[in-house]
Each structure stands twice: as C-alpha cells, then as structure tokens.
Design a protein. Structure first.
Length: 242
C-alpha cells in the first residue's frame, strides 16, 4: 500500500515561497478599477496560501511571520508605481503596478552550486497593528552618488561600497538622485568559491514622515570584492513602518 510522502516544513516553505511570488506577480499585473479592491481581490489567493503553506496567515498580503524578507518586493521595470493611500507603503498592495521579487525569498536557492553560501542580517518581524509594522533589523545611512552611475559610499568619505541597483531597473536606469539616505537592511547574501566571500545586501530606502518610516523603494547593494558591509556601520534598531 502506497502512502503519501510526508514533506518537511522546509520543503513546504520552499514550495510556498515560489507559489507566493507567482501569485503576487500574476495578481499585481491587473489594473483594478477600484483602489480599495487592492487586497480584497487577493483574498482567494491568501486563503490558498494560508491553507497550503503559511498557517500563521499573511499580513497585508505578505507572509511576514515565515519570511520577513518578503518585504523586499519591488516593481517590475516597466511599471509606473502609484501610491494607494489607504494601504501601507511597505506592502505591495499599497501601490499600483506589477510587483515582483528579483530573487527567491530563500536567496540560497540561486547559488546552490557555490561551495560557500549563507545569509544574515535578516530583518525580524515583531508585530503589526493594522498598517503599522514593527520590525527589528539593521539601519544604515549611505551616500548615493549618481555620476557616472549609482554608487553607495560611506557617509562623509570617498570609501565606495559598490554599485546600487534600484528594484528591477538596470543599473544605469536608477531613479535615485545623489544624496544621503536611510536604509533598512532586509537581508545580506554572502557567497563565493573562496574567502573573503562576495556580498549582496537587499535594503529598503526609507522616508521619515515625523512619526513613522515610509517605504520609498527597494535597492540592492553589490559590494566590491573584498569589502564587508560592516564598514558602513549598520546598527541594530527597532523600527515602525507605515
């Protein structure tokens, strides 16, 4: 008699994050007539995802309890994002425009052939109170210089960390202007064939409204070989996003 295979929690979540990303991509390509339907029309998919993969449910459409790094969604390069003010800035439902993930929620999936791979500095979900999301993670201030291309620097120095890519845009198409910005680190990927490992850091660029932090856009910092993100002096904080 054949018995059904018992999947591990890791296997279930691995399949779940793929299904989740596909659902978001296919759903957000739709042009909704009524802004308040931004999440309502996704309820069927939320029910499916909750039942099959994420028993703790989704928060404003994101599986933040299992994958707090789900915060690193971005808009597809051809999208023209438009805010939906009745929804939080940190959730894809708070914006009109096709949303995607430029990499799996489990970053190690793309580098399975690498002999050395790990992730750290992952943002931690604490709680949510309606639209207010409280997280713990690493905050960092960086100077962005636009010319000749978008590049991140340690503030008040000429120490370059490496190029910055905004969302799904090509590096030379970034909308970022030169200036100093505050970022929330969502996750760091360290990989390579030998030490020191290469580093990629996924971050949210944030704006301060006087009470809460607001998501502006998602960026990827690709550190120059041999550099460690710690030289930018990220510090661990508790933040409230709206």
């Amino acid at each position: 008699m054949k018995t059904s295979k018992q999947y591990t929690k890791k296997e279930i979540l691995s399949t779940g994050e793929e299904d989740y990303r596909l659902c978001v991509q296919n759903y957000t390509i739709r042009d909704l007539t009524k802004e308040y339907d931004s999440l309502n029309a996704f309820e069927g998919m939320i029910g499916y995802l909750t039942k099959c993969y994420f028993p703790d449910g989704l928060i404003w459409g994101l599986p933040l309890r299992e994958f707090p790094q789900a915060l690193r969604w971005c808009h597809y390069r051809t999208a023209t994002p438009r805010r939906r003010n009745d929804f939080p800035t940190w959730a894809w439902c708070g914006w009109q425009g096709k949303a995607i993930y430029s990499a799996p929620l489990d970053l190690t999936k793309e580098y399975q052939d690498s002999p050395h791979i790990m992730t750290d500095l992952t943002v931690e979900f604490v709680r949510h109170d309606n639209q207010i999301l409280t997280v713990r993670g690493y905050q960092v201030r960086l100077d962005i210089r636009k010319e000749p291309f978008s590049e991140a620097f340690v503030p008040d120095t000429n120490s370059s960390l490496g190029p910055v890519v905004e969302g799904d845009l090509p590096p030379h198409k970034n909308n970022l202007t030169s200036g100093r910005y505050v970022f929330l680190v969502v996750e760091r990927l360290k990989y390579g064939e030998a030490h020191p490992l290469k580093e990629k850091v996924y971050m949210l660029l944030l704006d301060w409204d006087g009470f809460f932090w607001l998501r502006n856009t998602q960026v990827l910092l690709i550190l120059e070989p041999g550099l460690k993100f710690e030289i930018a002096k990220p510090h661990f904080v508790t933040m409230r996003l709206k």
